[in-house]
Design a protein around this ligand. Structure first.
Ligand code: C5P
Length: 334
């Protein structure tokens, strides 16, 4: 679907023809949360978090192309993804057009082509990764030369996970999830992901339900929040990451949102139990779910875990993916 923006003047069109068409292909990796702790409420309605985020090489492929008409066009090979202004990738392009109107007038619109590999509404930041790729790609097409921090600042206006998706790798994320401290690289582990294809969990619902049940335990003073985030930063999980100790990392996985999503969706709890009974380093729900992941030392171990769970839950609705942890965020391929 192409959504009209505003007319381009003739000077802009002449300029655009001078520049010619430009296109970029980008890889947009998914993320899992090795740690997701909800610390408290924020005045903006969001939650204060302390998370350890990790990129994996399960990735969407995004191609961006300048258009000689004044529009944002989204095409996606998955019918589950909206192709209109509800798509976060569309919103990322619209934000760039709004931020840089003169450059937009010079270069024209954008076509965004998404090859969807990351499951949708799964707790894997698929939409955020697409938005991050669009920011990086338009920066290149328009030759803006924005810094990573500037791209992340724009990303934070689109969603809490977008800044992490720009940089990727392994990072501590605090605040709303947009304040990032890089952690040592971790790419020696593999992950098996499983999700019921027909099940989607709303992130807003998960946080709202958590607030309803657990807000009495929230930390409210800024010093207490800072101290808790610092304890995660210097804590045993981050030490295990620095030592690339898969067994320890597996034991230390943590996600507060399991407390609301697992009781509401017993089949997700059953899936986690099935993973627990395998030879995995550890298993946890990612983000607000409903994807459950299990860590493994090697690809053969990941394949074995997948086969074991498939035997316990032989449900055709249950999708599986195997991925390696990766150190990279958005990557340009051509
Ligand atoms: O930032 P994003 O759009 O991904 O967040 C989706 C929803 O998750 C928000 O509308 C909010 O309800 C909830 N959320 C939250 N605290 C955060 C991040 C997200 O309450 N730090």
């Amino acid at each position: 679907m192409g959504c009209p923006l505003r007319p381009v003047n003739s000077f802009a069109l002449i300029k655009f023809k001078t520049f010619g068409m430009r296109s970029y292909s980008l890889i947009a990796p998914a993320k899992i949360n090795l740690h997701l702790e909800i610390l408290g409420d924020r005045s903006d309605g969001y939650h204060e978090l302390a998370m350890v985020m990790q990129s994996i090489d399960l990735a969407d492929h995004i191609t961006l192309r300048s258009l000689d008409i004044d529009a944002i066009r989204v095409r996606c090979d998955s019918s589950e993804v909206p192709d209109d202004s509800n798509n976060l990738a569309y919103k990322a392009a619209a934000l760039m057009f709004q931020q840089f109107p003169d450059v937009f007038a010079q270069y024209g619109g954008i076509e965004i082509n998404i090859q969807k590999r990351i499951p949708v509404a799964a707790g894997l930041a698929g939409g955020s990764a697409n938005a991050a790729a669009v920011l990086v790609g338009i920066d290149l097409i328009w030759q803006l030369g924005l810094t990573q921090a500037e791209l992340q600042g724009l990303g934070a206006q689109l969603g809490s996970d977008v800044p992490f998706c720009v940089a990727g790798g392994t990072a501590l994320a605090t605040g709303r999830g947009e304040e990032l401290s890089p952690l040592p690289d971790l790419d020696n582990l593999y992950v098996v992901l499983a999700k019921y294809r027909s099940l989607e969990v709303s992130t807003a619902w998960a946080y709202k339900t958590y607030r309803h049940l657990f807000s009495s335990s929230y930390i409210s003073d800024p010093k207490g929040l800072e101290a808790r985030a610092a304890r995660v930063h210097s804590g045993p999980l981050v030490q295990a990451i620095a030592r690339r100790n898969g067994a320890k990392i597996g034991q230390l996985l943590y996600n507060d949102l399991e407390k609301v999503v697992l009781p509401a969706h017993p089949q997700v709890a059953q899936l986690k139990n099935a993973f627990s009974s395998t030879n995995t380093l550890g298993t946890m729900m990612s983000g607000s779910g409903p994807t459950v992941f299990a860590l493994a030392e090697s690809r053969p171990q990941a394949e074995e875990i997948q086969e074991q769970v498939k035997k316990v839950i032989p449900d055709p609705d249950l999708g599986f993916w195997i991925a390696q942890l990766t150190t990279s965020g958005i990557r340009v391929t051509q």
